[in-house]
Design a protein around this ligand. Structure first.
Ligand code: G3I
Length: 321
């Protein structure tokens, strides 16, 4: 059985980020994406620079292609992402930098962006990463243009606007280095508690899960998930990959398999953890080598789509979950 079949038996959606160029050009990629996964996330094409490259000019074409692919293959779609400091269109960043867009206008632009995008996909997206990567490692709010120009209230506003546009979508915060209990994940815990006390519609905590075997496994992942579960929030792993320093060898692959297994195990042990998404599923298309020099091989399948020990570990874990 495929990963998606096993995940279905465990009442879990198993997802992958999708590189839409590969989806268009590579039939083996289309096949593995459809066969193994019950959820997809756009790796890039739902980001602001992709959907509104010029002010007021929207381009949904690649995102809509992915939605269609998912629909044809009975897959759910995670939305990534509405408010982020990265991959913003130039018209926006330069307008803020040269002062031609002031704070009031920026707030209106953000509201319009969230409303337009969430409405466009209304009913087709089950979870949205509403705000992405809003904290620094020390648990203070990230010094993004959003914080600088709008102040911390942009976060609550973003959730309210998204909820208004699609009341049924589950709305998530999402970040990396928040697998275990640390200053950053605790900042999310406090933020979620505060927002919920204020009646702000935040429903989920997304843990990206970008690990590297050289850093060791963050030990208390299940305990971290549990505290969000106790708050009444859903949890999800949203971008799992486990990189290593190249070259690949059997010891590293075994360590990698173990890290995948342990993240999935924490999800399966948590009632409100209903989706587990990997950030790409083949080493053929991975963001890692382009960003971390000399590292890679982070995915479940190798460059030729051959299953790695991590793939078997995920299968076994799903079968036992
Ligand atoms: O679209 C342009 C293309 O026009 C141009 O010719 C080409 C030349 O470099 O670049 C293309 O843009 C690239 C884009 O991906 C789309 O392929 C960017 O250079 C490249 O930097 C960008 O990388 C993405 C990265 O986010 C940007 O921050 C990765 O593919 C994507 O995997 C990565 O995903 C993020 C999540 O969204 C958030 N969490 C972390 C994760 C990994 O960084």
């Amino acid at each position: 059985p495929s990963l998606r079949k096993l995940a279905g038996r465990a009442d879990l959606l198993i997802g992958t980020a999708v590189n839409t160029s590969a989806l268009a050009d590579d039939s083996a990629y289309r096949k593995s994406t459809a066969k193994e996964f019950s959820s997809v996330t756009a790796e890039n094409v739902m980001k602001w620079e992709a959907v509104e490259p010029e002010r007021g000019v929207y381009d949904w074409s690649e995102a809509d292609d992915l939605i269609r692919f998912a629909h044809d293959n009975g897959q759910a779609v995670r939305g990534h992402t509405l408010v982020w400091h990265s991959q913003l269109p130039t018209w926006l960043t330069s307008g803020v930098a040269d002062g031609s867009i002031d704070s009031d206008e920026l707030r209106a632009i953000l509201k319009n962006h969230i409303t337009t995008q969430v409405k466009h996909f209304k009913g087709k997206i089950y979870q949205w990463d509403v705000v992405n990567e809003v904290f620094e490692e020390d648990g203070t709010l990230r010094n993004s243009i959003w914080l600088q120009k709008l102040g911390p209230s942009y976060i609550a506003d973003a959730f309210r606007w998204a909820h208004e546009a699609d009341p049924k979508a589950k709305l998530f915060v999402n970040d990396y280095n928040v697998e275990g209990i640390n200053a950053k994940s605790t900042a999310y815990y406090e933020l979620a508690k505060q927002l919920r006390a204020e009646g702000v519609p935040v429903q989920g905590f997304g843990i990206q899960g970008h690990l590297g075997i050289q850093y060791g496994f963050p030990g208390d992942v299940a305990a971290n998930l549990k505290r969000f579960d106790d708050l009444g929030l859903e949890t999800a792993f949203t971008e799992v990959d486990v990189r290593m320093i190249l070259p690949v060898d059997d010891t590293k692959l075994a360590r990698q398999a173990d890290d995948y297994r342990r993240l999935l195990d924490a999800c399966l042990a948590t009632a409100g953890c209903k989706s587990f998404t990997v950030w790409g599923h083949t080493d053929k298309y991975s963001w890692i080598p382009g960003v971390f020099d000399g590292q890679g091989a982070a995915n479940l399948l190798d460059e030729n789509y051959a299953p790695k020990p991590a793939y078997s570990a995920v299968r076994e874990e799903l079968a036992s979950g």
